[in-house]
Design a protein around this ligand. Sequence first.
Ligand code: ADP
Ligand code: MG
Length: 618
Amino acid sequence: MGNGLDDLRAALHRIDGRGYKAYRDVRGRWERPDLVLCIDRVQGDPFAAPSKLRLRVPQEAAELPARLFSNPVRRTALADFLTRRAARAVRGGQRRGSGKSGLVEVDAGGQRRGSGKSGLVEVDAGGQQVLERTACVITDAWVELRVQAGLPAAGRRVLGREAEELLCDELPELAAAALCWERLPQEEAARFVDCIENQEHLRSQLDGRGLVAFVADGALLPRQSGASDRPLAPDEAVLFEAPEALRVELSLLHPVEGPNGPRDRLRGLGVPRGVTLVVGGGYHGKSTLLRALESAVYPHVPGDGREWVVSAPGLAKIRAEDGRRVEQVDISAFVSDLPQGRSTARFSSDDASGSTSQAANIVEAIEAGATGLLLDEDTSATNFMVRDARMQALVAKEHEPITPFLERVREIHDHLGISTVLVMGGCGDYFEVADTVIAMRAFRPEDATREARAIADASPSERRNEALVPFEAVTQRVPEASSFDPSRGRRDVKIAAKARDLVLFGTDAIDLRCVEQLVDLSQTRAVGHAVHLAATRFVDGEATLREVVDRLEAFFDAQGLDALDPHHRDEHHPGDFARPRGLEIAAAINRLRTLRMRQKPRQATEKHEARDDGVPAK
Ligand code: ADP
Ligand code: MG
């Protein structure tokens, strides 16, 4: 098409008062020199999901400085920043007449005009984490914001004048306010981009320093509440301070302002590879530290409090998850000889127990390429974690199928090269297997490694090692293509993210409540579509789940996330995906109730290969 924006005005006048379907006439591309407005998908009626639009501003008009998107990390960061500006401007539109503050006047949120979603504008901005997302795309030639908007209606009739205001005045103003450099808070934008790149720079140093995570001095870890990921007010929080024995210093790429002027290095706690125990009394901040490490596989926005906390990218949170489905997982390292002679080398269940689900979660995470495990006693099955000397005396090994994690955690590191950080306030038997012990005392970490070792030496646990066979590798599995079915009713593909933790996939509901490192609804949405993309492109009856997920990740690296949209063709695409890790995509596949897998025979010589730091310790 390629008509002018004025032609759009005329078209909207023409359809004013007609049935809602007439909006289809304005689909397509409308231009003026400083803006292209693409109306990609028009909603069927005022109450349906809002229409999808793109606002593209050429770089000659936007003038975003090239140094702010000179590599993929900086590009993602800048796009994230612009998306947040746009979302804020949309929300700010509710405050009418705030022109001077730089906010645009867009009707949004509760302030609709007309029926259904009339006048509603949505931009998919992130929360505390900064993720690769599709809401904003920056190229050398243009910058594009993807929005969803409810086209105005009275009843089911087109409100042409209101539509004109929305499409021809307000959305262009939104594009200018959120995408054009002269309208942006320039220093804040540059600091945001530098901050995200700094975090990736810190992360890149972990491996070389033999660390799995870093928590800078001064970090603010506690959150407002279990329901809010925002930081606790600084005057209510104890800021993090590393114990001297575990303190490391990492370099920054861009100096940051400190209390004594600019700094180009940060000091803080280095969590070493190996087995790390976090101990301490109840309510002393153990779980809060672990949750910060879980989230720190992603960068955080400046001001989050965790922006100088970074984890190795392959850390996987593991927990018990009774009731989950398990398909053909070899959990024999942890569970053997179930009642009724059920095999645990090929364990399947529609309703796994606390301990078998936790065993499956570990084996699956390792299979999918995790480089480290994070466990919290709060969310673990007790009988999976420990079996003490007294219990060994009372219940003979022949009557206890479980080999507890305690007996495997060293092998998981020494043979498989996978580190563990474990919160355990309740059982000192772990002192014997830990390389590092961090004690939390009133929210302050102390190094308790020597003390714990001395205690273990002075009073041995008397526990016998009951592991019968060594744990040296996990068995890879091959998913069957026919077991993925996204169809529902007359629709060939029906996939919807209902919440952060729930995806509808065809007639199946994938329960992601215990997949705790999914942090954003748009990531969950991407996971749902990624499962389908994997099934149609990479699952071939030969590829292992690990290979499928690796190919998917390579595909996203090359193509971006736009290809996830089932309606994707040429210039049609969604603006509401955020990138998940391969581990979470694998976790979703593993939780499909229809999934069928077959185990790949293990070669005798096969050694486990972890994704990044797979160098087993001597
Ligand atoms: P634990 O796991 O040791 O029982 P939690 O990590 O659950 O303890 O923390 C207990 C409470 O203390 C939580 O409400 C948490 O938000 C709060 N908290 C944790 N760390 C801090 C801190 N550094 N400063 C202030 N409050 C904190
Ligand atoms: Mg706790």
